[in-house]
Design a protein around this ligand. Structure first.
Ligand SMILES: CC(C)(COP(=O)(O)OP(=O)(O)OC[C@H]1O[C@@H](n2cnc3c(N)ncnc32)[C@H](O)[C@@H]1OP(=O)(O)O)[C@@H](O)C(=O)NCCC(=O)NCCS
Length: 150
């Protein structure tokens, strides 16, 4: 297991993304949706080895957290917490963060609440399923606290 203090997330580019699809599939059990945007302005993706990744979309001071995943073998070691806190800290311009999460994804909801995200709304039937009714999404938001003068 990686020592969290030694981790430096790296940019995912079109050139180094060949291994990304299997990691995404291991995390979500479906094909990935976002890598066609790699290299486009406003989209950014970072990885920690082949263990974890995060995709974001930023306009001005608003960042959407598009997706985040940790390999099943590497979960519950703080990697997702590390990546989220790192993303929030790294972008001085970004002040407000939004995400959608399946209402039944208790692990992710608990993670986001622990970071400080709050539920702001529900999107009914947001996630289509191959069979059965579409699943609702919670919209969650996090406001970066103002910097205190020391
Ligand atoms: C959700 C996910 C990203 C968490 O990654 P992780 O590296 O295991 O998370 P962390 O170790 O940083 O855990 C931080 C907190 O998240 C919550 N959490 C993580 N896994 C959990 C689980 N299986 N059940 C309940 N809460 C969980 C806990 O609050 C945990 O804090 P704690 O360790 O003090 O209990 C990971 O399970 C994953 O990749 N899931 C599949 C993809 C996914 O759902 N992504 C989010 C889409 S919105």
């Amino acid at each position: 297991m990686l020592e969290l203090q030694n981790i430096k997330p790296e940019l995912i580019t079109r050139d180094n993304a060949t291994w990304f699809q299997p990691l995404f599939k291991a995390c979500f059990d479906r094909e990935e949706l976002w890598s066609q945007h790699l290299g486009e302005t406003k989209y950014e993706a970072f990885h920690i080895g082949k263990q974890a990744f995060i995709f974001t979309y930023t306009i001005e001071e608003y960042t959407d957290l598009l997706t985040l995943g940790v390999h099943p073998d590497q979960r519950k070691h703080g990697l997702a917490t590390f990546l989220l806190e790192w993303i929030i800290a790294k972008a001085p311009k970004a002040q407000k963060f939004f995400l959608d999460v399946e209402c039944r994804n208790t692990a992710a909801i608990s993670l986001y609440k622990k970071i400080g995200f709050e539920m702001v709304s529900i999107r009914k039937g947001y996630y289509p399923q191959s069979s059965g009714p579409a699943i609702d999404a919670y919209v969650m938001a996090y406001q970066k606290p103002p910097k205190t003068l020391s």
